[in-house]
Design a protein around this ligand. Structure first.
Ligand code: NAD
Ligand code: UD1
Length: 336
């Protein structure tokens, strides 16, 4: 059984990926400092899969702590989720973002090299694409990040490329996620942001359970079918399966390289599409008001999902209704 280290594996995407990776027959080790997650998630992962998971509460930037993980296990590959992800906070505290996101990656790569672990899958983001690209955007689209968070992802991609160039026996897979939403069907895992959410689905869920009064729809004068912003929402369980496909590819491949894949559905939905689908699939009505545009937003982005389908055999199968239902199920369960 191959051992896979998930840095940040108790977070939203990491926890769902832990479940799918275990179900696919890999052994999972999680390293997380709990800076944005809760230890209870570990038990939920074990409960869903009925499998054991080794856990290290460590900061991945800390070389000594990370070395212990590699010294005590025979790690075949790493999925590197650990990092901070709040765009607004990254504008106010850029150094915190560069230190954690870039810093953890540098420490991880050095340690992997020292312990002869040669496979890494990295969590990048669609926000590395410049808004000038035509949609659907392909992996060779123009790159330009518009905030410090996005720049950490872009810089890390460059670092990984340089590293793989200098170490051709390393295998590097970069996954550019579009907009992950939804939750595990059990209702045990999901996204749990503190305070007032920045992102659409957690905000809608908080309105649905009565924690917030109404949704503010940021602008209805974009160049889209109903004037509201269009995004490529992907079910987090599909996204998790995308990671397993990337691991399977690494296991099977004879050669090493540097590969980049969009992980999306290829379909764009507007804010009002999401609200309408959420209402229909959950039998409730979300109150909303149209407000000003949010600075930095663009009208529309969605992926070309072809490369991942052709080269990884990955295709998202869960639709927007399932995304809305599972998100609400998780929030309602939390509320009780
Ligand atoms: P999350 O905050 O839920 O998970 C990140 C996890 O990493 C948390 O459990 C946190 O405690 C941990 N962590 C942070 N810094 C750490 C460190 N130095 N050492 C150890 N653990 C650390 O975020 P998520 O939504 O699951 O995102 C996972 C990754 O995917 C991140 O790198 C994020 O930037 C990227 N990503 C997320 C989205 C999204 O919409 N959620 C989109 C694109 C890319
Ligand atoms: C945001 C991040 C992006 C990150 C992505 C992860 C910003 C500017 N960008 O992108 O870097 O990779 O999350 O999923 O934060 N909306 C509302 N009302 C709300 C919240 C959102 O109308 O309360 C609209 C937005 O204007 C947008 C759509 O919903 O059109 C999706 O927004 P969001 O969930 O924040 O994702 P992104 O803006 O795509």
């Amino acid at each position: 059984m191959k051992e896979i280290l998930l840095t940040g594996g108790l977070g939203y995407i990491g926890s769902h990926t832990a479940v799918e990776t275990l179900n696919a027959g890999y052994k999972v080790i999680i390293a997380d400092d709990l800076s944005n997650s809760k230890i209870e998630v570990l038990d939920k992962i074990k409960q869903i899969t009925n499998k054991d998971v080794k856990f290290y509460q460590i900061d991945v930037c800390n070389k000594e702590e990370l070395e212990k993980v590699f010294a005590e296990n025979k790690i075949f590959g790493v999925i590197h989720f650990a990092g901070f992800k709040a765009v607004g906070e990254s504008v106010k505290e850029p150094l915190k973002y560069y230190q954690n996101n870039v810093g953890s990656t540098l420490t991880l790569l050095e340690t992997m090299k020292k312990y002869d672990c040669k496979n890494i899958v990295f969590s990048s983001s669609a926000c590395v694409y410049s808004p000038v690209n035509q949609m659907p955007v392909k992996e060779d689209g123009n790159l330009e990040a518009s905030n410090p968070y996005g720049r950490t992802k872009l810089f890390i991609e460059h670092i990984l490329k340089d590293f793989q160039n200098a170490n051709p026996d390393f295998d590097v897979t970069v996954l550019r996620y579009f907009n992950p939403i939804g939750a595990h069907e059990s209702g045990l895992l999901g996204e749990d942001p503190n305070g007032i959410p920045n992102n659409l689905m957690p905000y809608i869920c908080k309105v649905a359970v009565g924690e917030l009064d109404h949704l503010n729809v940021f602008g209805n004068d974009y160049n889209t079918k109903d004037g509201t912003g269009v995004r490529d929402y992907i079910h987090v369980v599909d996204l998790a399966i995308g990671h397993v496909k990337a691991l399977d590819k690494i296991v099977k491949a004879d050669d090493c390289g540097f590969r980049i894949f969009n992980i999306g559905t290829g379909i764009g939905y507007s804010v009002l599409d999401v609200v309408e689908t959420f209402n229909k699939s959950n039998g409730i009505t979300i109150k909303y008001q149209i407000t000003e545009r949010r600075p930095g937003d663009i009208d529309s982005y969605f992926s070309s999902a072809k490369k991942a389908e052709e080269e990884l055999g990955f295709k998202a199968t869960r639709n927007l209704e399932e995304m809305c239902k599972s998100s609400y199920k998780y929030y309602s369960a939390k509320k009780r």
